[in-house]
Design a protein around this ligand. Structure first.
Ligand code: SF4
Length: 335
């Protein structure tokens, strides 16, 4: 079965936007407080974000841990159900797709996580791991699953014979190649990469990033890339969204963001994490205080309790989203 036939229930949109995220909210009810006084509070993991992932492009989300980037990825993977808002895949709202369309979606959207070993059953061979998404989501026979698995392994630089081996026989970098083979064997459109190189040594990290880039060039995959290492994000991305406490603070083409970050939070994130280049004068911005809890998001601009530029208006009125350049948006009363 061709990939188009396998994905047929999902309609195409006319433009090159693969997935549109619109006003996405993901809230959780959690129990808090001491014994006998426990009560429900709402944890706002994702609190109203919108962005597009275009065909053949990498959209990265950066931000401190707990900012909502992985929850966003899990919502796109249909692991979390949005509390509000929409995820629109090639013109269809994910909330409205039927079981057949859901299967096609699960084949078309694959994932690679930080630690592939934890998701590998040590008693199952690589073939079982790589072919599992095809078994679950595509109406293709055993022979074709085997052929696609062999092809995928070859594309990630491993041998077809490796399908008969067990996960413990491979290094960390090889296991991540196997996880990528599992993702591409279904011939997906979008691959969610959640910290895919964070646990790898620097030299192996570079090899895996180069592999992901060349697979994208050859096959036109879109990536949703979640990472905290900003150098990696800069290398991989076409577009970058900067998240803080469940909300997007800035969204831009990658180079424009890294050369000219506009929002105080982006500036602070870069000040803390990127080394100074001798030829580039970078504004040093330091945040005060600790990040607020996602159960107690401050009113107004949610960064105001930490922002060195905060003004009285910031504590009361949420800044509006503004376009400040080609494919570059931010929300701050200073801008
Ligand atoms: Fe800082 Fe105010 Fe801008 Fe928020 S709106 S980032 S608090 S200056």
């Amino acid at each position: 079965m061709s990939v188009e036939a396998a994905h047929a229930p999902l309609a195409r949109t006319k433009d090159d936007t693969l997935v549109r995220i619109r006003d996405l909210h993901v809230y959780f009810n959690v129990r808090r407080g001491p014994f006998l006084k426990r009560h429900d509070v709402v944890l706002k993991a994702v609190d109203g974000i919108s962005f597009d992932v275009n065909s053949g492009e990498t959209f990265s989300i950066v931000g401190e841990s707990g900012c909502g980037k992985s929850t966003t990825a899990r919502a796109i993977l249909k692991v979390e159900t949005p509390t509000k808002g929409e995820i629109i895949w090639r013109g269809l709202s994910l909330a409205k797709i039927d079981p057949a369309q859901t299967k096609a979606y699960r084949a078309a959207v694959q994932a690679v996580f930080q630690d592939p070993y934890s998701s590998m059953n040590p008693r199952l061979r690589v073939l079982d791991f790589v072919s599992e998404p095809m078994l679950l989501n595509l109406a293709i026979g055993k022979k074709e699953r085997r052929e696609r698995s062999e092809r995928a392994l070859h594309q990630v630089g491993l041998r077809a014979d490796d399908l008969n081996s067990f996960p413990h026989e491979f290094s960390g970098g090889q296991r991540q190649r196997i996880a990528i083979a599992r993702a591409i064997a279904s011939e997906p459109k979008l691959i969610v990469l959640d910290e895919p190189v964070s646990s790898l040594d620097v030299s192996i990290r570079a090899q895996i990033m180069n592999l992901l880039k060349s697979l994208q060039e050859d096959h036109g995959y879109s990536y949703l890339f979640i990472a905290h290492h900003l150098g990696t994000v800069r290398y991989m991305s076409h577009m970058v969204g900067v998240m803080y406490l469940g909300r997007m603070m800035e969204l831009s083409e990658s180079e424009a963001l890294f050369t000219n970050p506009a929002h105080p939070y982006t500036q602070a994130l870069f000040s803390a994490a990127l080394p100074d280049h001798p030829d580039v004068e970078r504004k040093q911005v330091l945040l005060r205080n600790d990040v607020a809890a996602p159960t107690e998001i401050p009113p107004g601009c949610r960064l105001h309790t930490r922002c060195p530029f905060a003004m009285p208006v910031c504590a009361n009125i949420e800044p509006e989203w503004k376009e400040i350049g080609p494919r570059h948006w931010t929300a701050c009363h200073l801008i």
